[in-house]
Design a protein around this ligand. Sequence first.
Ligand code: SAM
Length: 361
Amino acid sequence: MSTSDEVHENVKKYYGSRLASSCDLQTSAASCGVSCRPAPGRVAEALSLVHPEVIRRFFGCGLPVPAKVEGCRVLDLGSGSGRDCYAFSKLVGQKGHVTGIDMAEEMIAGSRKYIEYHQQKFGYDETNITFVQGYMEKLCEAGIQNDSMDIVISNCVICLCPDKRAVLQEAFKVLKEGGELYFSDMYASKVVPDHLKQDPVLWGEGMGGSLFWRDLISLAHSVGFSTPRLVSASHIVVHNCELKAKAGDISYASGTYRLFKLPKNPKMSKATVTYKGTVADFPDELEFDSSHSFKKDVAVEVDGEMAAVLQSSRFLPDFKIQILHETEPNSDSAPQYCHLNPFLLADRLGSSVKQCSKTGQ
Ligand SMILES: C[S@@+](CC[C@H](N)C(=O)[O-])C[C@H]1O[C@@H](n2cnc3c(N)ncnc32)[C@H](O)[C@@H]1O
């Protein structure tokens, strides 16, 4: 498995024909997606309406569903059976639109089978969902326009891609200014050595291609995104003893991060922000990420980047923002990023590990 084409072919086979359902995976990744984080009301309802066959073939490792998606244009990278696309189809409403892209013909054919079912279930006059066969490293070739999406999501797919920079660059290009990449993926506790990347089963399970979590931060910055904000995390249990032995002292966690496409040269001024309580499902408090939870009518000071995110994104009308002063370049000491470590967050949310383990240990 040395070229990108070989890696893609291996992954197509792995998900297209080898795995019949999420139960066939060798780790707890997919079980976490369903059980770890209680979904807010509308999201739980949308998921409950998705066809059981689509759910059975869910291979994600999280719940990449941000707040306030009604009317949005959403792109799902590596849409698989389409679970997240169909949930979003309900959440964005008739005026929104969802595009799922997947490179595997079987996955696209399988997901398309349920378009009409969901259109009827949601009571839409016409469908608001499109599935496109293509590579997420080449979105333009697949017909996805630049600056056309409000939200790009992905669920346990970037770990399967050999060229993660290309994926992030493409996501950046197709997002509108102020839009966000909100995605769940597998992360490694250290850099995965090259010899493990050659193992087709380790790669297919996401273990060979998982990014060391810290590398996501530099990668995101180099592409032009804001600093990734960690939303949720859970430990991944490797059930297969052989794979566990191969991985040695590397552990894995699932993490959901959100990365914003800010305007060019944004003003990074600290600000006092007050949440108005206006986002649906979150009248009292909006949990923006694991370090920022905004209570209604309570003014809090945020750093320049968070202020820029709120000012340029779809959340602007939901906050009163008072600019304090411009942050001097390099005025802060080197950031530590411990708060972005999914392993630490998974420890903190400890109960989810027990919920997720298929063995129940
Ligand atoms: C682990 S599954 C996840 C599917 C889906 N996101 C879910 O949550 O069920 C990975 C999916 O990503 C697709 N995929 C992997 N690499 C891809 C790439 N480079 N471009 C497009 N699709 C890709 C695979 O075909 C497969 O359907």
